[in-house]
Design a protein around this ligand. Structure first.
Ligand code: 0A1
Ligand code: ZN
Length: 854
């Protein structure tokens, strides 16, 4: 190792290849909770039976941060051996009943993992390995059992999984008949109110629905009830999946590490992912709330009834459930906008991950902490893999394979192999090569070249995947490339055709053409790849104007914007007139959906321009990139000075607010146009919009535009005052100031914001509002003196001591460190190493920084 490198000790890894079946299975679990903030008692009575498939009879129960009070086997007290991470004990080689009593302190649980408290309410988060902080148990997903839970507390609302079984003045009993792994266990106790609804299933079963909130949030829960009903209906109509309990409860909690959790019959949600009202939530928030509710509900079949054998299979439930929620949102609100939004997210989150030190397989082969693998790769790339599978086999065969999956694996803990096998059995297709998508990391590049001779177009596709950590040798994948051809007059001559690229290089021909066509490639973003294609500005503008595929129309605009930005940064060139004209033409086209026109105005992020430059062999210079983006927006504003106010006027809405796609599209366009108008009028229109707005979409859009042009101080203050009691809105206030701070002011802004009393850093939403927003201000983050790196590292270290889950995911902000100049690399590396060497850093954080340095 070179002298200037420091070694960082990596914590112990576990490997997929080391999987062994559980030694004992569980027939039934009985839990009693005597709730108290500092000393909750948990009594467990667990019926174990030897697993015939096991290779040993060693008995080990996971347990962390538990004080064992007593334990017995079949009524006889035992003294187990306590070891790090759990206990072992001599047990019979026959069925037996284990009983234990432990004490835990939910009020001290700042990690929000296991049983914890939020606003005086008890709640749980057990995925992936939180149940072991509640009681001793084989806390692994392939141990499934029915649970009976008794909660003793004088709090008014006491909830757990399954159906209500008994209720007294100070206790409640719940029974969940469906065998489940411990990660799906949940308990809630608090002073909550319910918005109620109901759903009659396709076989006529009545289900009571409730969304539980703090009393102050009651008015924001109506939308969630409707969203849940829509999700339940859709899963019956499209996947034939029916709900299987008498009740379905959702609880909103302010302190939550993630978006939401699919616990059986008792979903627990971050308030941000479930509450919505027109004056506090944006259109995007509404879409997200509906999507997350659907996602968690869909897990009831893809995750709960069929769960994962081990955590390496995480994408089995997550990739599939994301794909299902994407289909749902597309069906309800339009596939064109949904697809574009999903691709923007995939490229920002997953492509970035795949291109850096944190790249990993959709099915990882080793990890230290599974909590570090709730990633864009497991979720979004996992969903893309399923989308490709559906494209390759077709919708009917996909439906047949899914029916087989549910029939064959209901009640089981399954693997990726099981998943692929149902496709093999339903279609007869060989998926050996396709399976590489699960075992090969990195984003494939697909280079496209074309040749036209005598009425025949030959497309040559060549695939390569760059090396990723620990994986230098990449094999060709099966890549479905959807292609269509247009005549020079804009008519489609060859409709969408899916080319199957399986070799490193392949050619495809289209003959009988009357003239040289324009090829529209990767329609609908048919595979998660980076297209490498030399295209003239004219051709891109042509596709923007004429393609029948809305994704390619939009993406051609993106590709053109990328070219323009790169030449502005590298050559200080003025933006191509062809680009400005194409944008103006799209914006003026009233036949186009306003939502799609809004997307066309949305420039690639500064982060993505940095990656593009890096891919071209240049060292990205964050300030220059920021200046180019600003300059391009100014050029666009100037170029469309008369058009912008016309479009703005045309998308004003006079009816009452609804979050539906038609209204949301108009507001998105109004806000996008306003952003450019502000560059021409110094923010005058935005001030008016801010004052007149009666919904959060337009208020926030106006504030965004004002901050973008260095205005908005008074509006920010008014906003803070008006929403002082609404944490979710104040999160937006924090976020906006960080993401839109002038780069040189970011350090001061962060120092001010983190000094406020309202900066409750232990609340994950508030911490994320500030430090999660930094990545959308790259020129601010990459200040040449390294001051923002240092501040960020200070706060990550601080948060890590309280909440490793949230801290370690936000540490990924440093993952692009090798892309920058030597000075910045050194500064970032120094901070990553400082985190790594901090005494008592969590295993989660140690793994993340270790991988980033590795
Ligand atoms: N299964 C959940 C995601 C989730 C994972 C971990 C958590 O712990 C902090 C919470 C939620 C989902 O996919 O929605
Ligand atoms: Zn999920």
């Amino acid at each position: 190792m070179p002298a200037n490198q420091t070694s960082v000790v990596q914590p112990q890894k576990i490997y997929l290849a080391d999987y062994t079946p559980p030694t004992y299975l569980v027939e039934h679990v009985d839990l009693t909770f005597r709730l108290a903030p500092k000393n909750t008692r948990v009594l467990a009575r667990i019926r174990f039976v030897p697993n015939p498939a096991a290779t040993s009879r060693d008995f080990f129960l996971h347990g962390e941060l538990l004080t064992l009070i007593n334990a017995s086997i079949d009524g006889t007290p035992v003294t187990p051996t306590l070891v790090e991470g759990g206990l072992s004990c001599d047990v019979p080689d026959a069925p037996f009943t284990w009983e234990s009593e432990v004490e835990i302190a939910p009020i001290e649980n700042t990690a929000l993992d296991g049983l914890y408290m939020s606003d005086g309410m008890y709640c749980t988060q057990c995925e992936a390995e939180g149940f072991r902080r509640i009681t001793y148990y084989p806390d692994r997903p392939d141990v499934m059992a029915p649970f009976t839970v008794r909660i003793e507390s004088d709090l008014p609302v006491l909830l757990s999984n399954g159906n209500p079984a008994d209720r007294g003045a100070d206790f409640a009993v719940w029974h969940d008949p469906w065998p489940k792994p411990s990660y799906l266990f949940a308990l809630v106790a608090g002073n909550l109110v319910a918005k109620r609804g109901s759903f009659d299933t396709m076989s006529g079963k009545h289900v009571d629905l409730a969304v539980w909130t703090r009393p102050a949030d009651a008015a924001k829960a109506d939308f969630a009830v409707g969203a849940l009903q829509r999700a339940m209906k859709w899963d019956e109509d499209v996947y034939g999946r029916e709900y299987d309990l008498d009740v379905f409860n959702i609880v909103a909690v302010s302190d939550f590490n993630s978006g939401a959790m699919e616990n059986k019959g008792l979903n627990i949600f971050n308030t941000a992912a479930v509450l919505a009202s027109p004056d506090t939530a944006t259109d995007l928030d509404y879409e997200r709330v509906e999507g997350v509710i659907a996602h968690e509900y869909f897990h009831n079949w893809t995750g709960n009834r069929i769960t994962c054998r081990d955590w390496f299979q995480l994408s089995l439930k997550e990739g599939l459930t994301v794909f299902r929620d994407q289909q749902f949102t597309g069906d309800l609100h339009g596939h064109a906008t949904k697809r574009i939004r999903d691709v923007i997210k995939l490229r920002a989150r997953q492509f970035r991950e795949d291109n850096g030190p944190l790249a990993h397989n959709v099915r990882p082969e080793s990890f230290v902490e599974i909590s570090n693998f709730y990633t864009g790769t497991i979720y979004e790339k996992g969903a893309e893999v399923i989308r490709m599978l559906r494209t390759l086999v077709g919708p009917e065969a996909y439906a047949k394979a899914l029916d087989l999956y549910f029939a064959r694996h209901d009640g089981q803990a399954a693997t990726i192999e099981d998943w692929l096998q149902v496709f093999v059995d339903a279609t007869g297709r060989d998926l050996t090569q396709f399976k590489r998508w699960y075992s090969q990391a990195g984003t494939p590049r697909v280079a496209v070249t074309e040749d036209y001779t005598d009425g025949t177009l030959t497309l040559t596709l060549r695939q390569t995947t760059p090396p990723t950590p620990g994986q230098t040798d990449k094999q060709p994948l099966v890549i479905p490339v959807a292609v269509g051809l247009l005549n020079p007059n804009g008519d489609e001559v060859v409709p969408t055709t899916v080319l199957e690229l399986t070799g490193a290089e392949q050619t495809f021909t289209f003959s009988g053409l009357a003239s040289r066509p324009v090829a529209s490639v990767l329609r609908g973003f048919s595979a998660p790849v980076i297209l490498q294609r030399e295209q003239s500005a004219e051709e891109l503008a042509f596709l923007m104007a004429h393609d029948t595929d809305s994704f390619v129309r939009w993406d051609s605009g993106r590709a053109l914007a990328c070219q323009v930005l790169v030449s502005m940064v590298r050559d200080h060139a003025a933006p191509l007139p062809a680009y400005l004209d194409a944008i103006a033409a799209t914006l003026a086209d009233e036949t186009l959906d306003p939502a799609l026109r809004a997307f066309v105005l949305d420039l690639p992020s500064e982060e993505s321009t940095a990656q593009t430059l890096f891919d071209l062999g240049a060292t990205p210079e964050p300030d220059a990139i920021h200046d180019a983006h600003e300059a391009l927006k100014n050029h666009l504003a100037e170029h469309m000075v008369t058009l912008l106010p016309q479009v703005y006027a045309a998308c004003q809405i006079n009816e009452a607010y609804t979050p539906d796609a038609a209204q949301a599209g108009k507001r998105a366009l109004a806000n996008a146009v306003l952003n450019l108008i502000s560059r021409n009028d110094g923010g005058a229109t935005a001030e008016m919009q801010f004052t007149a707005s009666n919904n959060m979409t337009l208020s926030l859009g106006a504030l965004h535009s004002l901050l973008d042009v260095g205005q908005g101080r008074a509006e920010l203050a008014a906003f803070a005052q008006r929403w002082a009691d609404d944490r979710l809105v104040i999160d937006k206030w924090f976020s906006l100031q960080v993401s839109l701070a002038a780069p040189r002011r970011l350090l001061a802004v962060l120092t001010d914001l983190t000094g406020l009393e309202s900066f409750d850093w232990k609340n994950p939403n508030r911490f994320r509002a500030v430090f999660g927003a930094i990545t959308s201000n790259p020129a601010g983050f990459h200040q040449a003196d390294g001051s923002v790196y240092r501040l960020m590292a200070d706060w990550l270290i601080r948060l890590d001591s309280a909440n490793p889950w949230t801290a370690s995911r936000l540490s990924a902000a440093f993952d692009g460190w090798r892309r920058y100049d030597k000075a910045r690399q050194g500064l970032m590396r120094a901070q990553i190493e400082r985190i790594a060497k901090t005494p008592a850093i969590s295993r989660e954080m140690a793994e993340m920084v270790g991988r980033m340095l590795g």
